[in-house]
Ligand binder design. Sequence first.
Ligand code: CO
Ligand code: CO
Ligand code: CO
Length: 322
Amino acid sequence: MQVLHQLPYTKDKDLLVGIETADDAGVYKLSDEMAVVSTLDFFPPIVDDPFLFGQIAAANSLSDIYAMGATPRLAMNIVCFPKELGLEVLGEIMRGSLDKLNEASALLIGGHSVEDTEVKYGLSVTGFVHPDKVITNRGARPGDVLVLTKPVGVGVITSALKAGRIDINDAEEAFESMRTLNKAASEVMVEVGVNACTDVTGYGVLGHAMEMAKGSEANLVIDTKDIKIFPQALGLINKKSNRPRTLMDNRDYVMKDVMKAVQIDEALELMLFDPQTSGGLLISVPEQRSEALLSGLRKRFVNPSIIGRVVEKEGEWRIRLE
Ligand code: CO
Ligand code: CO
Ligand code: CO
């Protein structure tokens, strides 16, 4: 958002990652050995089951810490809740959230709730990382390979489900993906050593790839056919009413800096802008380490795919679609 870029932010020599670079989390150096990583995310339910919603919201909030190559430790609730709904529902959301916080070995230490007309839930998460080991969205280098760790399409699937156009059983794969932590993916990338990372969330694959391209002052080439998509999502996206509200905004915002080298199927192109919740990590890794990254991820039951590469900055475009 343009207006947010012009505010008088205070600079500090120990602020390693601030608000300016649209990264996943802020990073502040405490000592030569330790930096603190801080993030916040909350949103209205995208599924009816409160336990599942809690799991997804927690996995999504933790993801920004994992995307920085950091370890989450502390978490605080952000709750908006209508009294009429009954506290059992909030209890289930919290139980789902704690299930994922426990899996992440992160502690819930507090939070805040307000009464509201609509449920919203999320977490502020604090993590830690060695100051030299921070992985930002600005480090992609020409020659790098781009790896994505989850399929895309959860936006269109959850929006079709909300409208009653698909059966809940057809969304199970998407649910499983959203409640899966990016913990293993993050640990493997830290171990292998990568140049840049961000998690794919509201701006879709191409929106987050664009932030990486601009932040890294490099261009990206995306092999659109190599992006894994949930099978039913491609069919659903053809129908306008299934498209999440922000999908076309994402496309309008990003496409002006995109060059299409080949004809791309319309459904596939739209899929690149599908807003994700608790999406995968988009990782830029030096080519000689890409095999180690892929095999390390597979060993931890992550199903990665190479979706493109980083090239020198040239021309009017920032991302070329192939
Ligand atoms: Co993020
Ligand atoms: Co976020
Ligand atoms: Co309070």
